[in-house]
Design a protein. Sequence first.
Length: 121
Amino acid sequence: MTPSNITRFFRNLFRSSATNAARNNERRTIHCDTHGQADETFVCHHVIDGLVRKERVGFFWTAEDPDNPHPDAWCAECEERVKLTDGEWEGEALEHLKPKILCGECYEVAKTFHMGGNPWS
């Protein structure tokens, strides 16, 4: 799956009709109550749940999108499930994913934490 297809796939899980930005694969921004206006990112729900519980769940992302500072990301469990479908988000891998939106700054906090660092120090 190409980087633009991955991003389009994640966006389509949230919206029934694509916006101009999604169709053109442009970066979108959202308002975060903590960080203000920031890049929109997509992660599996386990990444957020683990961050809230302060329980590391791993952090994986596509390396096929080097121009995106915050590529779509998922946990170790989702990584194992998507490997079983040859990298396709379908069947059980898709059902387990349940993607959520984070701002780019929250994404960096989650990435640091789930990769073993302490983003709060």
